[in-house]
Design a protein around this ligand. Structure first.
Ligand SMILES: Nc1nc2c(ncn2[C@@H]2O[C@H](COP(=O)(O)OP(=O)(O)OP(=O)(O)O)[C@@H](O)[C@H]2O)c(=O)[nH]1
Ligand SMILES: [Mg+2]
Length: 310
């Protein structure tokens, strides 16, 4: 089952965003370089349709660079869209971003261009804004939902920035995407469990990044299943309960936090080919579900028509 997190404050923030968007000249959508598809909010996409857009992939230091390039090529094919991949923790690319903003949305009749910074929770929107402003103006933090309301920041160079709270959408349709959002830290820990995320991440890494696991945990022989892997790491790290049983919750927390911090190495959680195949599966699943629902309605309709006792 997909992990969902859509609290009331996000619904409110989406409504406020929709109210301001008609006055916005340019949208900066901040995406997580590790999950560029899964961090693309379909609500933002539809509300900001027709506006020039810069898609900034943050946390490139944590992502696989070859995969990031593939995603940039894919996204650059969208209309009126430029992409930029940055490590906001160590790089200052503010000049380049400001130039791009000026090019795509020049100041008109002495009026500042309004640039709205949008994206999922914890992706780096406020960090980006602080970098563009050259000072710590808006609060950042390594957890989702740090920014609670819209905030205007005048860069005094013809650009007015709007920081916004991170928003997800009411239902993440593609189940693996919901796990990727939880793995990278966009979904509050209370909406899921570390164990659930650790099982997903271990399964993915065993298949796609076995060498990173061998390097980090010094395995002579890599465990083949996620439970064997977590038990082996738990034993290594002394996460034990009575009678030597591994404390899965403790080892899962350690593993997920190390993965999020990049301690295991640079990892991308999706490629364009993976997403293409998942979306094809999703279309089939949704068609099957619609057919089941149709059959149910028809059964109900025919029961109502037939007289009692038949
Ligand atoms: N490694 C790495 N960390 C980053 C990068 N950009 C931002 N961060 C970290 O990501 C965390 C979230 O950053 P914020 O700027 O608060 O994210 P936000 O999108 O404003 O989050 P909300 O306001 O909660 O929606 C912070 O701990 C940042 O230091 C990056 O490029 N690389
Ligand atoms: Mg913020």
């Amino acid at each position: 089952m997909a992990i969902q997190w859509y609290p009331g404050h996000m619904h409110k923030a989406s409504k406020e965003m929709a109210e301001v968007l008609p006055r916005v000249n340019l949208v900066i959508e901040v995406l997580d370089a590790r999950i560029p598809y899964s961090s693309s909010n379909p609500v933002i996409e539809s509300l900001s349709a027709g506006k020039p857009k810069i898609k900034i992939f943050t946390k490139v230091d944590l992502a696989d660079s070859a995969t990031t390039r593939l995603w940039q090529d894919e996204f650059e094919q969208q209309r009126q869209t430029k992409t930029l991949a940055v490590d906001l923790k160590t790089e200052d690319r503010s000049e380049q971003i400001v130039d791009l903003c000026r090019k795509l949305a020049p100041k008109k009749d002495g009026v500042n261009s309004l640039v709205m910074v949008l994206g999922i929770p914890n992706v780096g929107k406020s960090t980006l804004i602080n970098s563009l402003a050259g000072k710590h103006i808006t609060r950042t933090g390594d957890e989702p939902a740090v920014t609670k309301g819209q905030q205007r920041i005048n860069l005094r160079n013809g650009i007015m920035l709007l920081d916004t709270p991170g928003i997800l959408w009411p239902k993440v349709q593609n189940e693996p995407s919901s796990y990727r959002l939880a793995t990278t830290g966009a979904i509050k820990n209370t909406a899921t469990t570390y164990e659930e995320i650790a099982f997903f991440a271990a399964d993915y890494l065993l298949t796609h990044y076995p060498r990173l696991l061998i390097q980090r945990f010094q395995f002579d022989c890599l465990p083949t299943t996620e439970i064997d892997f977590l038990e082996a790491v738990g034993a290594q790290r002394g996460c034990l309960r009575a009678r030597g049983r591994v404390d899965l919750e403790r080892v899962s927390t350690i593993f997920v936090n190390e993965l999020r911090a990049g301690t295991l190495g640079a990892v991308s959680f999706e490629t364009p080919a993976m997403i293409e195949s998942e979306l094809a599966d999703l279309v089939i699943l949704q068609a099957e579900k619609a057919a089941r629902e149709q059959a149910r309605l028809e059964r109900r309709g025919s029961r109502k028509k037939s007289p009692r006792g038949y």
